[in-house]
Design a protein around this ligand. Sequence first.
Ligand code: SAH
Ligand code: SF4
Ligand code: F3S
Length: 438
Amino acid sequence: MKKYYIRTFGCQMNINDSQKMAGMLKTLGYEPARDWEDADIILVNTCSVREKPDQKVLSALGEFKKIKNKKPDAVIGVCGCLAQRAGYEILQKAPFVDMVFGTTNIHHLPKLLEEALQGNKAVEILEDIDQNETELDKYPTVRENRYTAYVTVMRGCDKKCTYCIVPYTRGKERSRRIGEILQEVQWLIDDGVKEIHLIGQNVTAYGKDLGDVRFVDLLYAVADVEGVERIRFTTGHPRDLDEETIKAMAEIPQICEHLHLPIQAGSDRILKAMERGYTQKEYLEKIELLKKYIPDISLSTDIIVGFPGETYEDYMETIKVLKEVEYDQVFAFKYSPRPGTPAAQMPMTEDPKTLSKWLNDLILMQKEITFKKNLQYEGKTVEVLVEEEKEGRFVGRTRTNKLVHIEGRNNLLGEIVDVKVTKVNRFSLEGEAIEQLV
Ligand code: SAH
Ligand code: SF4
Ligand code: F3S
């Protein structure tokens, strides 16, 4: 049997696309390779959100090139956001690549692969969104995790934050029809999945383009599918997160007490330059509302340090927000100018060394807050969905998205168990399954 290997960079959207591509390749008779060196087809699903992922793609390609020495007929393909943005450039930089395709024509993979297998360069980068892109949704996903699964509910983004490449690589917002989403949820449940993770660049804007359905309707509908034990969704945009959605989060028992709500910056001046569409005060009001309806909610966020024009005072506003909100987790990155975005034209004011220091200081401070938040779990009993077994211990997540290592004698895989937390680490918890204590 021929084998495939997929290397994925970037966000959940890319992970889910890769899972679908694996499903496609399986239906074409391929099986997963243990390693890229055993593969007959290597796919690199790329991200372009910052410069670093761009560079990582090129160095991965440099590595994969070697497959051609051993297997001259092996096919190397590049897809995803960098491919969408820089399709033909990739062929110039890496002429050994056989296949390049973008983010809205993934369902053409079988056709492109056939072309490449005939020895042709199979390149298809579409400027407009492919009308049949939802063909992709019909394929089963190949998932590493048997009990939790992503479901793409919308594609693209209409927000156009001035620093961000995503609207250019993923196009305008398109929501999937609710019936099709529920169908996919049903397949996953039938396959043994317990936790459904709805994803999109902007899930809280779900339905706006369809007109007759809102994100809350989707939440209630997914919760109504029998067998759905947990629901998560990512990413919510602060601007679209309304009280109704927050109420639904509190009301629907399966929705987990966790939300990733990217703020990006604390300073109103910078938020305005980023065109995020909210002020610090408005953002904090949403956080307050979340904490009011869901008192034990855990929160995470994204931060960009060093947006053009950001001063020390602006940066300190971000620090102030982190101290006030006390997020469970923060993903912070240095601003990276992206070609073609409005912010790439704006002059940088601070030098890179200062920005690195700001970023490091912020990460160090947050590390303490994360630890402090984790310490609150000491001795508590938490509900864990056990996702895998690793070195004789079980590993799962709490509803609040904390990683838990569990001692257990019985097989707990795929179970939702109560766990008594016995030890708190910086980035995870340890505990014993209650049923085994008695
Ligand atoms: N739709 C999501 C974000 C998707 S991109 C939202 O609006 O929040 C994921 C994260 O990458 C962003 O939250 C942002 O923090 C980061 N990011 C995007 N563009 C960036 C850039 N040019 N430089 C640094 N970080 C960036
Ligand atoms: Fe990018 Fe902003 Fe859209 Fe998020 S909301 S994907 S940051 S443009
Ligand atoms: Fe990266 Fe594209 Fe996701 S740029 S963050 S893979 S939408």
